[in-house]
Ligand binder design. Structure first.
Ligand SMILES: Cc1cc2nc3c(=O)[nH]c(=O)nc-3n(C[C@H](O)[C@H](O)[C@H](O)COP(=O)(O)OP(=O)(O)OC[C@H]3O[C@@H](n4cnc5c(N)ncnc54)[C@H](O)[C@@H]3O)c2cc1C
Length: 465
């Protein structure tokens, strides 16, 4: 009896403190700048927990996304608590065939059924995220262009927009690669503001008509360094169109798109001349994750924190997973401090789960930039790259394995490499940086301490110089 009475007192006590803490968080205001994928997913999780979440997007309602399909790992939706889309809205991605620059060798992925990504219209992805965020209680504001962060002392306390200033306890920056919120943080905040040219890829993508109805043996072809130009291109042959993507580490124009498309038409007669959808130039970050994603009152997510897979530019799944890590961190900060000390566990979890795998890939991308088409041809033709390696490019975790397993495997592959000392020299010169990126990104400080973190940032950034 006495024990029962004691327990119920303890329960009341716990509930009292729990309610006080939940209420304290409920009063907290969150601003999400930009309707990036991770930002919308985080907005939903925080609004669902009762916080006051205001999302500001520069574009108008119904205009988000691009007029084409995207590929991503659907498991990330579950991690972020987002329901799967209706069955008719997605299909499973077919295996890709990677071609050498000379097109003499094609290596086909064989992705196991349980690991296949889904293909979905970008507009439908957005519709799913927007509907979910609104249903969870997030307030969505369109046609509000964020211009800069607002600071009080060293703390971010809001954003200036073209429609006025808005204040919050935490600003989540989901404005993408060129975020003016991140870009206009003051100099004393050691967060990188700009992106180097070699750290983003310029993409042209369009759906052309299908000029030839002849069956195509490898419907989804990815060509590396096509026409001896450093970059990646794909031609995906669908029933009624051909999807052309051209990605390069330099800017190019429509005249070059037409010249290059004509070059591809020699081997791909199915590539028509009429643009049915898309036809835009866009940019994707392909670099290591931001070394510092948080500050007092500030957290970056998605492309704003460079969460894409450096070799392939996929960022949707990583952004959705990051939304879960950020929301868990924010909700665990029951005092609502949202400063470096409490937000650091978001960055730490991101690096632990994803970043430490992405960072060595960013160092490997630097290696790719040193290669030429003859080197890549050699890797395909000598068997240094095989279908198993290519299959690993299908998802980020096994891409990490590709680097991880390739380091000890270099000895075996070395026999092939020995016959090409020039390519071997390039690879060997990159091994220390790739290994360092692996080790240092796994050694992120466990807790926030400005001095320790800034030492770590210096060591981390040195891996990519
Ligand atoms: C051509 C292309 C193809 C891609 N294909 C894939 C794919 O197949 N699979 C995949 O996983 N990833 C793909 N990605 C990458 C993916 O789109 C991003 O990594 C992912 O969406 C995460 O970026 P984000 O949502 O954070 O940023 P963004 O997609 O850049 O979204 C940022 C949002 O913020 C808004 N915004 C920007 N500035 C402001 C401002 N000043 N004020 C208010 N709002 C602002 C923008 O309008 C936009 O709505 C592709 C990207 C491109 C460009």
């Amino acid at each position: 009896m006495a024990l029962n009475g004691f327990c119920s007192h303890v329960l009341c006590f716990v509930r009292y403190f729990f309610d006080v803490e939940v209420n304290a968080l409920e009063k907290k205001k969150i601003i999400v700048a930009g309707m990036g994928h991770g930002g919308l997913a985080a907005a939903a999780l925080l609004a669902q927990a009762g916080m006051d979440v205001q999302v500001f997007e520069q574009k108008g309602e119904g205009t988000l996304g691009y007029d084409w399909t995207d590929i991503f790992d659907p498991k990330a939706l579950g991690v972020a608590g987002i329901p799967m889309p209706p069955k008719g809205q997605y299909s499973y991605k077919e295996n890709m065939t990677f071609y050498s620059p000379s097109m003499r060798v094609g290596l086909r992925q064989h992705v196991p059924a349980g690991q296949r990504e889904i293909k979905m219209e970008r507009r439908d992805i957005y519709e799913l995220l927007l509907r979910h965020a609104a249903a969870c209680g997030a307030h969505l504001h369109y046609e509000h262009k964020a211009l800069a962060p607002i600071l009080s002392g060293s703390r971010v306390v809001g954003i200036a927009t073209d429609k006025g200033d808005f204040y919050a306890d935490l600003v989540i920056d989901a404005c993408g690669m060129d975020s003016p919120v991140r870009g206009n943080l003051p100099k004393f905040i050691p967060i990188e503001k700009t992106v180097a040219r070699e750290d983003y890829i310029t993409i042209y993508r369009a759906f052309f008509d299908r000029a030839s109805a002849e069956p195509v043996q490898d419907p989804f072809q990815v060509i590396l360094f096509a026409d001896h130009i450093c970059g990646i291109s794909w031609i995906a042959t669908e029933e009624n169109h051909t999807d052309l993507l051209i990605g390069r580490f330099e800017d190019f124009d429509m005249a070059e798109v037409e010249r290059f498309a004509d070059f591809l038409r020699r081997d791909h007669p199915q590539l028509g001349r009429t643009i049915q959808r898309g036809g835009q130039f866009v940019r994707i970050p392909v670099r290591q994750p931001l070394s510092l994603m948080v500050w007092d009152g500030y957290a970056a997510i998605g492309d704003s924190a460079f969460m894409t897979v450096p070799l392939i530019g996929s960022g949707i799944a990583n952004s959705l997973r990051a939304a879960r890590y950020l929301a868990d961190t924010v909700l665990a900060d029951t005092a609502g401090r949202f400063d470096c000390q409490t937000l650091w566990s978001y960055e730490r979890r991101y690096f632990h789960e994803l970043g430490r795998g992405l960072a060595p890939l960013a160092a490997a991308k630097k290696l790719l930039l040193k290669m030429d088409s003859a080197d890549i041809d050699y890797f395909f033709e000598s068997g240094i790259l095989n279908e198993d390696n290519i299959t690993m490019t299908a998802d980020f975790h096994s891409l990490f394995d590709l680097i991880h397993l390739s380091l000890p495997d270099l000895k075996k592959k070395g026999k092939g490499l020995c016959r090409n000392p020039a390519a071997a020299g390039k690879i060997l010169s990159a091994v220390p940086k790739i290994s360092a990126a692996m080790a240092i990104s796994a050694a992120l400080p466990a807790t926030w301490n400005e001095r320790t973190v800034s030492c770590w940032i210096k060591r981390y950034e040195a891996c990519f110089r």
